[in-house]
Design a protein around this ligand. Sequence first.
Ligand code: HEC
Ligand code: HEC
Length: 379
Amino acid sequence: MNEKRAEAAPGRTRRAPRPVWDGFVRLFHWGLMVSIVVAAVTGFLLGPSFIPVHVVAASLAVALVLARIVWGFAGGGYARFAGFVVGPVRLMRYARDVLARREERHVGHNPLGGAMMLALMAAVLAAGLTGWAFLGAGAKLGPFAFVLAFAASPVLAELHEAVAFAILALVALHVAGVVFTSRREGENLVRAMVTGEKGVGPQDIVPPQREPRTGAALGVGLALALVLGAAIAAPVFLPVPGAPVAEIDPTVRAECTDCHMFYHPSLLPAGDWRRIMATLDDHYGEDASLDADTAAEITAWLTAHAAESADTRASKVFRLDPAGGVTRITETPFWKARHAGIGDAAFRSAEVGSRANCAACHADAESGWFNPFFAEIEG
Ligand code: HEC
Ligand code: HEC
């Protein structure tokens, strides 16, 4: 055994194993690791169809962090923030001591480890906040659906991505810190986080022992879960600003669904509806003419509930360009880009039949939402 290292880690040979990390701290640690890995893989590597998995995993990470914050005030000695969170002066002193190889050994989190933990938890909360804000603006889901316009979604997406990269950087630093400290102290910290036990020597620093207040922590956690759950579910029960009109005009349904699915008025701007309605005698190769009164009635309803009246993603992305010769949604750049991964055969299959048969793959097509959560290739 190396003499020098044994000297640098006083008491190394006389450490008695003691329970340090309680069950919740270990569950938090490994649960957070798994949920961050799943969120990172689904967010960075897999396509938009994995958004639901991403949202669930990332929200679980946020829930774990919130629970850990509660436990940081209510848990036992090693779990409490008071036992390991230090100010910048003591943090710098500890960092200098580490560089000079003369730092004290903390049985719980050392000051640098504690700071890393706070930084990671803050980053996870920031990722959750920007992620839910993006979902609110872009997909009108969750509490931010009531306050953020679709126009904010590109900025929020960038912000969310920047925070996600920060988490990756912090995780890399954290792993490096664990490897470094494990070697320096001659104790496998990864195993300690599994078993919960660490060796405690006579000169080691131990935080003041406190009785965990489990009941209070459960109460606060439950209240927090109820409030957040209600906020996230609110758009399902309350009218969201900019939601596409839900009640479909019976005349439009009667006259415009004989040959194809119902196209929601919010999919196109009013100008495009006027053009389509003015050229019904030559309607995509068919004669769909109507008497003047019916046509006027339908035009009025379509233009009143056109894209301008909605704030959904689907209402913003298809702006047909008559000057450029584009008169089909399926020929717009957005549509082509988002469906580029779908083979020709899928559109020609018996269940779908045409690219314009959106409802075959989008279960919510009639509503005008086109939420990516409900997009599925049939057949
Ligand atoms: C006689 C049959 C017929 C009737 C009636 C009809 N359509 Fe169509 N419509 C078509 C065909 C065919 C297409 C092209 C579909 C395709 O490419 O698969 C089409 C396409 C469309 C599209 C374009 C979809 C895209 O890909 O961009 C819109 C919008 C549309 N119809 C609206 C209407 C409206 C509004 C009415 C009622 C006033 C109506 N249609 C009535 C036959 C009809
Ligand atoms: C063959 C199946 C299929 C048909 C037909 C289809 N889509 Fe899609 N669409 C998908 C799939 C699958 C996705 C998600 C792609 C992904 O996950 O990358 C998607 C994505 C979208 C999105 C993006 C959703 C978002 O917020 O990211 C919109 C908008 C959309 N489709 C609109 C339409 C419209 C409008 C039509 C009809 C004119 C249509 N789609 C026809 C399968 C289809």
